[in-house]
Design a protein around this ligand. Structure first.
Ligand code: PXP
Length: 399
């Protein structure tokens, strides 16, 4: 096995697909023409990497990655090495987690970046040597990461979590808890890539205070779901979320019941998109997997569509579910071909998410009810991690 990957940490609480990391590292060895060589990757915590950093680099602080070439200073062709060993890459998972939050990456993406970075150091690249060496290393890094993603055809599907249901419980009592702001922070710490909230006209769950506070506290990406309502549009323009998702809203419904009918409201929806455009807020349209609606969304200048997965999730028979799945798969393909970016959500749970996450056209899943419901029994952190494991597993199935 060219990549020997070991961990000194308990990885249960980190959302990382180790097989994929190993696969990425093997691919890198091949791409860099050193597939006959072995490389050791060791995952450690901050204190362990700090001790190594102090001992070998005289720097008494944790760092993200350390590379120890088997034969430091060997000629770059590696021809005279007595054994086919490239060396060791040590990665601190704690530093990687902090950085993934800081840079808005998934933990897996950060870990992949660190493997690429560490591998290039083993191959003689060194960004600390000079400005020129830095440029060469970073451009190689970019090239390899680009190829890795191309090789895989897509980036990993991301998981955005809707915390409306936490606010629903709070509102049932009309008191201060549980707080969706706290819930959002826990979701992010557990590895979510974004937080979704729906500010409804009737304020049945999320309140204005939540929206403003969450704008201050969300570290990943804030997706504000909303109807095309004048007052809510004004709040969105004021709050400046990272994106908005336009949904149909009826007062009597329990939850959003279907996709937005863009075709019959071109003027109204077009106006909202224009307003958001002026503030550089990307718009997503929550749409049924219906090509007419997707074309209309594209015509109006939406950046994303979020495909409504509700009918697929509610299907009562396997045949019906397969038919609904096919509609989503085809619609996602068509949307991407039109130049739209595609998200999906509604009704996804621990049983039905994996096939949707396997669709290489879908960037992000928006999931709320299933995760919050499960969290009642296992805790929110665990509920998020279990869903992330499903999404990560799906990505590995694509390789
Ligand atoms: N996407 C949209 C547009 C929604 O309105 C909702 C429900 O608030 C979701 C996703 C999440 O659905 P669920 O709570 O069933 O996971």
């Amino acid at each position: 096995m060219p990549t020997n990957l070991k961990s000194h940490c308990d990885l249960a609480s980190f959302s990382v697909n180790i097989k994929k990391l190993q696969h990425d590292s093997d691919w890198l060895l091949q791409e860099c023409n050193v597939q006959d060589y072995n490389v050791n990757i060791l995952l450690v915590n901050d204190p362990e990497i700090q001790a190594l950093n102090k001992r070998y680099r005289d720097k008494n602080k944790p760092t993200n990655v350390l590379s120890f070439p088997f034969a430091d200073g060997a000629d770059e062709s590696l021809q005279h090495l007595p054994v086919k060993e490239l060396g060791d890459i040590i990665i601190s998972v704690e530093s990687a987690l902090r950085e993934s939050l800081e840079y808005g990456q998934t933990f897996q993406e950060r870990m992949t970046w660190l493997v690429v970075h560490g591998m290039l150091h083993l191959l003689g690249y060194d960004h600390e040597r000079s400005r020129k060496a830095e440029k060469i290393m970073f451009s190689k890094e970019k090239e390899l990461l680009g190829k890795l993603n191309q090789n895989r055809r897509i980036k990993m599907a991301k998981l955005a979590i809707n915390v409306d249901h936490v606010a629903t419980i709070r509102e049932a009592r009309g008191i201060m808890e549980p707080d969706p702001v706290t819930a959002a922070a826990i979701c992010e710490l557990a590895g979510a890539s974004g937080i979704v909230i729906h500010l409804r006209e009737d304020r049945r769950h999320i309140q204005d205070r939540d929206v403003y506070l969450l704008r201050e506290t969300i570290k990943t990406k804030m997706n504000l779901e909303m109807g095309a309502n004048k007052e809510i549009i004004q709040i969105a323009l004021d709050v400046q979320p990272d994106m908005v998702t336009l949904v149909p809203e009826k007062r009597a419904e329990l939850t959003t019941e279907g996709g937005l009918d863009v075709v019959s409201q071109m003027k109204k929806i077009g106006k909202v998109i224009n307003k958001m455009d002026k503030e550089n807020i990307p718009v997503s349209i929550f749409a049924d997997p219906d090509i007419k609606q997707l074309k209309a969304a594209k015509e109006l200048g939406a950046t994303f569509v979020e495909l409504h997965t509700g009918r697929y999730c509610d299907a009562l028979t396997e045949d019906e579910q397969a038919r609904e799945f096919e509609l989503i798969a085809v619609a996602a393909e068509e949307a991407v071909n039109m130049g739209l970016r595609v998200n999906a959500g509604h009704g996804l749970n621990y049983q039905n998410t994996e096939p949707i996450a396997c669709l290489e056209t879908i960037e992000e899943l928006s999931i709320g009810h299933a995760i919050i419901a499960h969290s009642v029994f296992v805790g929110l952190d665990q509920a998020v991690k279990e869903m992330l494991a499903i999404v990560n597993r799906a990505e590995y199935a694509l390789l």
